[in-house]
Design a protein around this ligand. Structure first.
Ligand code: TYD
Ligand code: MG
Length: 462
C-alpha cells in the first residue's frame, strides 16, 4: 500500500502547497492553510467514485457519454422546471427548480436555510417525490419542526445520514425529483482522509452530488455554511461546481431575510427574494418595497425615496443623508449600503458643477433596511438627499428619484426608466425626478415628471 502523503490546503480557495505557510498566495487569506492526508493512488477522485458506485448499483442510465451531437438536437423537454411553491424563491432560481441542477444555499447559522428547504420539500411533496437528508439535526427534530409549522408531511421521505455514498445510494433507490442535503459540511466521502468540513471533504462531496445530479436528473439542494467573515466555507470550490449559488442574508433588523442569487446557470443573477421569519416559519414578502419604504408621515431633510433595479424588478428604498459641520480637521465621509468611492466622486462633481462645497462638512449616507445598492441609478437621489440635508429643506414625501451622474456633471439615463416610474406610481408617489432621456413617451397617470439634464439643476430643485 502506498504511504499516505500530506499536502497543505487553503480552506478558503483550495490552493495546495507542499509545506505549511501563514498566508495563502492564491487568495491572500491568513491562517487558512491546514495539513491534509492524501493517498497517492487516488486515480479517479473519491467523489467521482462515490457517485459512480451508487449509479452502477441502481442501474440508472447515464446522461453523460452520449457522444457528439448537434446543439439543436439536444432534447430540451427533460429540462422542466418545478415550482418551489414560493414565487420569491422561484424567481431567485430563475423561474423554478431545473431538473438535474445543483443549488447551493449559503447563509449564517440561524438564517433559516433548513426551515426554508423543509418548507419547500413539504410543499413540493404533494405533487413530486422528494427526499430530505439531514446530517445536522435528528429525524425527531425535523419532524417536530414540520408538525409545529403545520406542513404537509405525508409524502416527504427523510433520512439522517452523512455518508455521501449512502446518500447517493438512498437517492438511487428512492428516485426523488428533488434531493436536499443539509449540510454539505457534515458529509464525508470514503477514501478522503481529512475530517468532515475540510476542503477536501467538501470538494469531493459536492463533486459527487453534482455528478449524481447530472446523471440522474435529480435536482439537488446543498446547504453550505458561512464563515465568520460572511463567505462560504471553501467557497470557490463549491461555486465552481454548482449550477446556482444563493445566499440567505439576514437583514439588519433580524426579521427579514433576503435570498440573493450569486451565480445562476439558468437565469439572471442579482435577483432577490424577500422572506420574513415568523413564528410559523418563513413567509414570503410579495411587496418588499412596502417594508423598505415604511416612512413616517413627516419626513425630515435629507430623506428621499429612490427606485433601484433588483434583477428583474424595481424596488423602492429610502435613502438618507446627513451633512453636518465637521468638528474635526478631517471631515468624515461614511456610506452604508452604497459605494464609498462613488460618494467621494459625487461630492467632487457637486463642488465643480453645482458650486456646492461640502469640504468642511461630515457626510453620512444610509440606505434604510440594510439594502445594498450597487447601481449607478442611486446617484441623483444621493445628490438630492445631500443637498436637502445641507440646506435643511425637506423634500416632498411623495417624491421619487433615480439617475446616473457623470464626471462632467451630466445626468445620464439608466435602464428600465419606464418600469421604475410605473412602480413608483403604483406605490403612491406623485413626483419623479428622472434623467432627460428616461422620461416616458406617454404621460403616466398621477405622476408629475421632472426631467433633468445637469447636476446643477438639482440644487435649484431643492
Ligand atoms: P434554521 O432554519 O434552523 O436556520 P439554519 O438552518 O440556517 O441554521 O432557522 C433557525 C432560526 O429560525 C432559529 O433562530 C429560530 C428561527 N425560527 C423562527 O423564528 N420561527 C420558526 O417557525 C422557525 C422554524 C425557526
Ligand atoms: Mg440548519
Amino acid at each position: 500500500m502506498a504511504k499516505p502523503k500530506s499536502v497543505f490546503v487553503c480552506a478558503t480557495c483550495g490552493a495546495r502547497y507542499p509545506r505549511w505557510q501563514g498566508q495563502c498566495r492564491e487568495c491572500g487569506e491568513w491562517n487558512t492553510i491546514h495539513e491534509e492526508l492524501v493517498k497517492q493512488d487516488s486515480s479517479p477522485s473519491p467523489g467521482a467514485r462515490a457517485a459512480s458506485v451508487a449509479l452502477s448499483q441502481s442501474g440508472f442510465a447515464g446522461a453523460s457519454g452520449s457522444g457528439v451531437v448537434s446543439l439543436n438536437r439536444v432534447d430540451l423537454r427533460q429540462r422542466l422546471r418545478l415550482s418551489t411553491g414560493y414565487s420569491e424563491f422561484d424567481r431567485v432560481l430563475g423561474g423554478g427548480i431545473v431538473q438535474g441542477s445543483v443549488v447551493l444555499i449559503g447563509g449564517n447559522p440561524g438564517a433559516g436555510k433548513s426551515t426554508l428547504l423543509l418548507q419547500t420539500v413539504c410543499t413540493l411533496s404533494s405533487a413530486h417525490r422528494v427526499l430530505y437528508v439531514t446530517g445536522e439535526e435528528s429525524l425527531e427534530q425535523v419532524a417536530l419542526r414540520a408538525s409545529r409549522l403545520g406542513l404537509p408531511i405525508d409524502n416527504v421521505r427523510i433520512a439522517a445520514e452523512t455518508s455521501i455514498e449512502t446518500i447517493c445510494a438512498m437517492a438511487s433507490a428512492e428516485r426523488p425529483e428533488v434531493l436536499v442535503v443539509d449540510s454539505i459540511q457534515v458529509t464525508h466521502v470514503q477514501g478522503v482522509e481529512s475530517a468532515p468540513g475540510s476542503v477536501s471533504q467538501v470538494r469531493e462531496g459536492a463533486a459527487a452530488l453534482t455528478q449524481f445530479a447530472k446523471r440522474t436528473g435529480i435536482a439537488v439542494f446543498m446547504v453550505g455554511h458561512v464563515t465568520k467573515d460572511g463567505t462560504l466555507a471553501g467557497p470557490k470550490i463549491l461555486e465552481h461546481c454548482v449550477d446556482c449559488s444563493v445566499i440567505l442574508e439576514v437583514a439588519s433588523d433580524q426579521r427579514f431575510r433576503t435570498l440573493r442569487c450569486q451565480k445562476n446557470r439558468f437565469g439572471a443573477v442579482n435577483e432577490i427574494g424577500v422572506f420574513a421569519m415568523t413564528d410559523s416559519g418563513m413567509r414570503q414578502v410579495r411587496n418588499p418595497s412596502a417594508i423598505f419604504l415604511n416612512r413616517q408621515e413627516q419626513v425630515a431633510s435629507g430623506s428621499l425615496a429612490m427606485v433601484i433595479w433588483e434583477g428583474t424588478r424595481p424596488l423602492l428604498v429610502e435613502l438618507q443623508a446627513l451633512v453636518d459641520l465637521s468638528q474635526y480637521g478631517n471631515p468624515r465621509r461614511l456610506s452604508l449600503g452604497t459605494d464609498q468611492n462613488r460618494l467621494a466622486m459625487l461630492l467632487s462633481v457637486l463642488h465643480r458643477h453645482a458650486s456646492l462645497s461640502l469640504a468642511d462638512q461630515d457626510v453620512f449616507i444610509n440606505v434604510v433596511g440594510g439594502v445594498r445598492v450597487d447601481e449607478t441609478a442611486s446617484d441623483v437621489p444621493l445628490c438630492l438627499a445631500l443637498i436637502s440635508s445641507y440646506k435643511n429643506k425637506a423634500l416632498p414625501r411623495t417624491m421619487i428619484a433615480f439617475g446616473e451622474i457623470g464626471l462632467t456633471g451630466e445626468v445620464r439615463p439608466v435602464p428600465s426608466g419606464q418600469e421604475r416610474i410605473k412602480e413608483a406610481a403604483k406605490q403612491g408617489f406623485t413626483t419623479a425626478v428622472v434623467p432627460w432621456d428616461n422620461a416616458p413617451s406617454h404621460p403616466i397617470e398621477g405622476m408629475e415628471i421632472i426631467r433633468i439634464r445637469r447636476v446643477s439643476e438639482l440644487s435649484d430643485l431643492v
